[in-house]
Design a protein around this ligand. Sequence first.
Ligand code: FES
Length: 193
Amino acid sequence: MSSQVKGTQVFNDAKRAGTVFSDEAMQTVQKIIKRYPEGKHKSALLPVLHVAQAEFGGWLSPETMDYVASILKIQPIEVYEVASFYSMYNLKPVGKCLLEVCRTSSCWVRGAEDIVNYLEKKLGVKEGETTPDGMFTIKTVECLGSCGTAPMLQCGASFHENLTFEKVDTIIEQYRSQGKQRSYTDLDYKNTL
Ligand code: FES
């Protein structure tokens, strides 16, 4: 089967399975793709994966990655390789709010471990787990470049810095009351990616 026929088939399968970008997301994807010359669409992979992750529930299923491959006219394995390399892409479902707590030096000496323990106790799940209501996942990550305001965590496009237990309470309360999925693309990705 030619790669073009295969791409069409994946696209049709994705459509049947509901893995299809909304019109708005597709416009964004097309805008991203246009930045690169014909035949170099693979260069758009990272930002397109961000859009896909935001669009399809905060993680990249094999179906989503196949769909992205069909849009960029590349092999699915090329998408899997990239998606599995970067920790910012989730290959299994996560909560609507992925709480990424930095555990590297500055944050560590400024109490990151206490923050993780506090989160675990407050949410009733361990690091790497998701709350039963699907709202929060706790994850520890390496330096997020905000060492001067340690300890800190990232949730979607937002940094929460100089964390204290009280701040953690406020963050959880806010996110819970808003109840929506948080993504790296929250900052108007239409213009910034
Ligand atoms: S050490 Fe935590 S942001 Fe750099």
